[in-house]
Structures are given as structure tokens and as C-alpha cells.
Design a protein around this ligand. Sequence first.
Ligand SMILES: [Fe+2]
Length: 259
Amino acid sequence: MKKSENSRRDFIKKSATLVIGTIAASSLLNQAFASETISENNFSPLDGGKFTLPVLPYSYDALEPHIDKLTMEIHHSKHHQVYVDNLNKALQTSDASVLGSPQTFENIFDKIGKLQPALRNNAGGHYNHSLFWQLMTPAKAGVENVPTGKLGDAIKTTFNSLEEFKKQFADAAMKRFGSGWAWLIKTADGKLVITSTPNQDNPLMNLDAIEKKGTPVLALDVWEHAYYLKNQNRRADYIASFWNVVNWDTSESLFTNSK
Ligand SMILES: [Fe+2]
């Protein structure tokens, strides 16, 4: 690893530790945010008290031909930026006595039911997209992109085979009416579960409407803005493309580092 990467990782780790060290949270959220990967990729750096758009860990064209450059560029620099901007605006007009501090995802998701809808939409939008970027990586030529390690074993144990898991995950993504997300989560009792959420909700939100709660292990954005330019209305083609660029290392880290 390059020295600059080491320095960056150290900085992020220390920043994350400072933030996480001040948090007293519910057990589920605590587990989710205790994840090493979430900490290392602390995508909520408080730059002057504001959330910022994270830098993509690869170039806009790096996921070609599976996810096209223009979609990635607009998705990241326009759509995601709007969630960040609107999240910061919503925080400025939120009741500080309800919100409390620190202004982290953990705190916001824990209190989400008591906060204005703009926070649900935009804190969710910022968190979900930040995670999504980390869960993709350029495809390697000639190498089958499959999960290995403990996650690979757990997927086979839970779903009988990787193929069956992909089929059920794709089914959840296809059946999400309108806009939303498909998830593989690790529940508080350590089980792998497939679920989906509407809009920018996610399985970390402390809401009755979130049927299945847990730590995200894999996430897929099924809003049309994620695929319409390349795939138009063919969501199934987009889902099939996604498997080529899943970052199973990040997914494995999320799985093994959550309790
Ligand atoms: Fe999106």
C-alpha cells in the first residue's frame, strides 16, 4: 500500500473513532456502525459541520461496460450531491433538542421517526449512495466475481447456493415497486436476510415501517436514475450487470466486522 493511502486510512480511522467514541446508541445501530469498513470509509466527514460528497473510489468510466460512465457521473455528481445539499439544509432547520448530537448517520437514523421527512429522504439518500459506491469495483478480466471467505460460506449455507441467492436478491430488486433499494443484511441474531426498502429508506432506520432491520452487507439502488440511460426500462438487465462489479471484499468486511 502506498504511503499516502496509509495516511489517508489512518486519518479516516482516527476521525471515525472520534465520532464513534462519542456515541451512545441502540445496540443494532451500534453494531452496524462498529463495522471496520464503515469506519474506514467514514463517508460522513464533518467538513465545517456539514456532510460532504465522498470521492468515488474509482473513475466514472471504471465500471464500463457494465455500468456506463454517463450514468455514474450524473448519479454521483448530480443526484448524490443533491441528497448531500438537502441533508445539510434539513439539518439547519431541524429541532436541535430532538436531533441532539453528534450529527452522525447513527444518531439521525436512531431518531428518524421524530425528525422531519426531509431528513429521512436525504440522510437515507446520502448514506445509501455512499455505501453503494463502496460496494462496487471495476470488473477483473477473466476472473469470476464471486464472494469468498466467511460471507461466501454464509451465503451458501443460508440460500443453498450463490445462484439461488442472486435469484432471490434480483427478485427483491425487481419487485420493489417504483424507486428503492434491495439489500442483503445481517440481522441482530447474525442471520443473512434479503429485503428491500422504498425511496431512500434503509434497514438501519428506527422505524416500524422498516420490516427487516440489520446491518447492510450488500445494497443495490433500483431507482431509474441508476440505470435508465443505459438500460431504459430494463431493470433486470441492470441487475444482471451489477453482479459483474460487486465489491465482494467490502461486502465481506461489512459481514465479518459487524457483530
Ligand atoms: Fe441513486
